[in-house]
Write a protein that binds this ligand. Structure first.
Ligand SMILES: CC(C)(COP(=O)(O)OP(=O)(O)OC[C@H]1O[C@@H](n2cnc3c(N)ncnc32)[C@H](O)[C@@H]1OP(=O)(O)O)[C@@H](O)C(=O)NCCC(=O)NCCS
Length: 315
């Protein structure tokens, strides 16, 4: 692995880094290159100290570009996105989660949202006029001081497909870059084709970890009675893919790529309701494919709507 620029920083004891994180303005913390050239694309999650395992101070230009992209997408979606502060706003967040999963209060209670905001974590709403149309919540990962874990993103069902989810992720990205965050990670159900397209194609995130039955058997309206397997998405905020996504480009799987396709159903949520046994078969088939691929060190190259996940072919 090439050694990262500022490699000595990468080896700084994490407690020192963490206390610097709390006390020092980002842009003066490290004399680091612009985030556009920060080496955030290297191997990740393999136990190696890489440049992504430390806070990254974005240059002013990268930060300005991140906010420009977020602001343009937010305006195009016709919403205003802001951090939440009041009890009434937190209640609206619960309402949004209710709408998406049917059990909002079981997912995150308002007093936890308050605690997360007190500690400068990301609890935000997208507002259309005075109404909240989407809700998002993320917090600092203690596994890596340069990551945040995004736990919830819910767009109101009546507002799906108008760009609010995309605007929200780019707002979260700019907010994170401003705080020296290099990676936003989140989990998603690999069987939900819409989420796969959103994460891998629209945003340019990577997936590199399969988590079988992560939350146990959820009883919400989307997942009822099924194991809650999740893929871990990692969005390397300064990567070429993320920067291209900020310009509106999609990440596509080249025709000539040597890959094996892992298909997913067009609409797993409808299928689970109509035929839970068929939904479970899909779950186990896709689980086996990812587990086998990751066990043999094969990467997920991308996703193609209608075709499925593209995984490096076995050599
Ligand atoms: C996933 C979710 C956040 C997307 O929000 P959204 O506001 O509808 O998304 P956008 O309109 O910004 O669309 C972004 C991308 O998502 C994908 N997408 C959205 N709706 C889709 C659909 N019906 N079918 C296939 N892909 C779809 C597309 O890739 C789209 O990009 P495009 O511009 O290239 O078409 C939203 O579906 C949601 O809240 N779902 C319920 C909660 C959930 O599953 N959260 C987990 C998120 S990982």
């Amino acid at each position: 692995m090439p050694s990262p620029p500022g490699g000595d920083i990468a080896h700084t004891a994490s407690s020192q880094a963490a206390s610097a994180v709390r006390n020092t303005p980002w842009v003066s913390l490290y004399a680091v290159d612009d985030i556009a050239t920060a080496p955030a694309e290297g191997p990740f999650g393999d136990g190696q100290p890489t440049a992504s395992r430390r806070p990254v101070a974005a240059g002013p230009q990268a930060l300005a570009e991140a906010w420009q992209a977020a602001d343009a997408l937010t305006a195009a979606a016709g919403v205003e996105i802001r951090l939440l502060e009041t009890a009434a706003e937190f209640e609206q967040g619960v309402g949004l989660m209710d709408d998406a999963w049917g059990n909002g209060i079981e997912l995150v209670a308002p007093n936890l949202m308050k605690a997360l905001r007190l500690t400068d974590n990301y609890v935000a709403g997208a507002f259309d006029g005075g109404r909240m149309a989407a809700f998002c919540l993320a917090f600092r990962s203690m596994a890596d001081p340069a990551d945040i874990h995004s736990h919830i993103l819910a767009v109101e069902s009546a507002q799906l497909g108008r760009g609010i989810g995309t605007a929200f992720k780019f707002h979260q990205r700019a907010w994170a870059i401003e705080r020296g965050i290099a990676v936003i990670e989140w989990t998603f159900d690999p069987l939900v084709a819409r989420n796969a397209a959103f994460n891998l194609v629209r945003l340019g995130a990577d997936v590199d970890q399969y988590l079988p039955d992560l939350y146990g058997q959820n009883d919400d309206k989307i997942n009822r009675g099924q194991p809650s397997d999740r893929l871990m998405a990692r969005w390397r905020l300064g990567s070429s893919k993320a920067r291209a996504a900020a310009r509106g480009e999609r990440t596509v799987v080249p025709d000539e790529a040597a890959v094996e396709w892992v298909p997913v159903p067009d609409d797993i949520e409808a299928l689970r309701l109509a035929d839970p046994a068929a939904g479970l078969e899909w779950r186990l088939r896709v689980r086996a494919a990812f587990q086998e691929a990751f066990a043999s060190q094969r990467r997920v190259v991308g996703y193609r709507p209608g075709r499925g996940y593209a995984i490096e072919a076995a050599s």
